[in-house]
Design a protein. Structure first.
Length: 202
């Protein structure tokens, strides 16, 4: 079985079309998008509609949370208030319904291998802003979260958000498909093992 994982498209429609085309060429059985449709690029609504009408499992990132609920949920992004107020003014009811229904995470078991997919690791999943801050990558709290009993039950957990490729134990971070140096993750699963490779966008 092949599982394709990509993240952080950030309004880049050209990149989104490219990654979906390359994933199709890989004959992936399942495709998971880890979130962040909005911000940076200028084709966010086109990206939203393309994903909404695809067979991709689409998860909420912080950008979807801001679009759905406003920036007051995160005190670190006051500078983005005008942008997200604009998004919230333009978005259709159907698009907003899709965003609000996007889950925060997706977990499943494939051939006995349990996996987790989410935009980032969680500080408090019940909180309006549930993710660990990016500063957790520097202050050690991300490393602690990687060692938690919650994460230990998964053979592999894929996250985005940081725009970087790295591995920390069973956590695999996926870079931003909408930015420079983009790649996606292709996970191969069978009865015996789980392996993965990073595939650069052409």
């Amino acid at each position: 079985m092949k599982i394709a994982v990509f993240s952080d498209i950030h309004g880049n429609l050209t990149a989104l079309k490219a990654v979906l085309e390359q994933i199709k060429a890989q004959n992936a059985d399942l495709t998971v998008f880890l979130g962040d449709i909005f911000q940076r690029g200028d084709k966010e609504f086109e990206c939203l509609d393309l994903l909404k009408n695809s067979d991709v499992v689409c998860l909420k990132g912080n950008c979807e949370l801001y679009a759905a609920y406003g920036v007051d949920i995160d005190p670190d992004v006051e500078h983005l208030r005008a942008y997200y107020d604009g998004i919230r003014a333009k978005i259709s009811d159907e698009q907003m319904k899709f965003i609000r229904q996007m889950p925060l995470y997706y977990e499943d078991e494939f051939f006995g291998h349990k996996m987790l997919f989410s935009h980032f690791l969680f500080l408090d999943i019940a909180s309006p802003y549930p993710f660990l801050p990016l500063s957790s990558l520097k202050d050690g709290s991300f490393d602690e979260a990687c060692k938690s009993k919650y994460i230990a039950k998964y053979e592999l957990a894929a996250v985005g958000h940081s725009h970087r490729n790295f591995v920390n134990g069973n956590i695999v971070s996926v870079s931003a498909s909408g930015l420079e140096g983009a790649s996606f993750l292709l996970i191969n699963v069978d009865e015996k093992s789980v392996s993965y490779e990073r595939i650069s966008l052409e």
